[in-house]
Design a protein around this ligand. Structure first.
Ligand code: SAM
Length: 239
């Protein structure tokens, strides 16, 4: 059996009872970054053996984990944050297990895109998740152009060092749409910052982007009067 176990995206307490039980009972835990996951495992007295499973060993380690499961061992897959398989290397192992008729079951929990969407105030009944955009600007702009007529909320993951470049491309390709920028979910500096793309470019030019980001774009625009959490200086930011 392969258990796909969601883990916190910032706050260690965001883990389900079942996730802790499963992690305590499996024969082996495959973790994206073993040092990172050990903090969580230690916190919940989880002593199962841990092995690394990440982008650069996913083929070799995938075969090793497959053999372990074929030999009857139960394996839990966790990644650095959130739900394995969502914009992280989990996908390969999940497909490998499925192709080899290993039962796969989910232990659901946190996921940054769902958390961000749920508090964004944007329409959440239909959305498109596009993960990380391509790193090269030309490819990124081509991808963004696909959303020119998109009526659903578009959700993107972005790293702090590429945030401004991505906002600049969104501004130009999608003609300064309304954007909600969600940062550091469940952490001390959690922030939801709605505005036009231009507003956000101005803000993040003055305040260098720090932390983890989800960008949400919608032609519908944020609901007026929506209240954001306190910002770093203790102020609330209203639209
Ligand atoms: N599997 C994860 C999930 O379920 O959300 C996503 C993994 S992906 C490698 C990491 C990206 O998720 C970050 O670059 C950021 O865009 C987003 N992310 C993760 N944690 C976040 C948080 N606490 N606040 C905002 N975005 C977060």
């Amino acid at each position: 059996m392969l258990y796909i176990v969601s883990t916190p995206i910032g706050n260690l307490k965001d883990i389900t009872f079942r996730a802790v039980e499963v992690l305590q009972s499996v024969d082996l835990i495959a973790a994206e970054d073993t040092r990172h996951s050990r903090i969580l495992l230690k916190h919940y007295n989880i002593v199962a053996p841990v092995t690394s499973y990440f982008e650069h060993n996913k083929f070799k380690k995938g075969e090793y984990l497959l053999k372990a499961m074929k030999d009857g061992q139960s394996v839990a897959l966790v990644t650095d944050a959130g739900t394995p398989g969502i914009s992280d290397p989990g996908f390969h192992l999940i497909r490998l297990a499925r192709e080899n008729s290993i039962p796969v079951t989910v232990v659901p929990g946190p996921c940054a895109l769902i958390g961000a969407l749920s508090i964004s105030g944007l329409p959440a009944h239909a959305f498109v998740f596009a993960g990380f955009l391509p790193v090269k600007s030309a490819a990124r702009r081509r991808k963004l152009a696909e959303f020119k007529t998109e009526a659903r909320t578009v959700i993107l993951y972005e790293s702090p060092h590429r945030l401004l470049k991505t906002l600049q491309d969104i501004y130009e390709v999608l003609d300064n749409p309304r954007v909600v920028c969600v940062r550091e979910l469940t952490k001390k500096f959690e922030e939801v910052r709605p505005g036009t793309c231009q507003d956000l470019i101005g803000h993040f030019t003055r305040n260098s982007p720090k932390g983890e980001f989800v960008l949400l774009l919608s032609r519908d625009g944020p609901v007026r009067g929506f209240t954001a959490p306190l910002d770093r200086s203790g102020r609330r930011w209203y639209i």
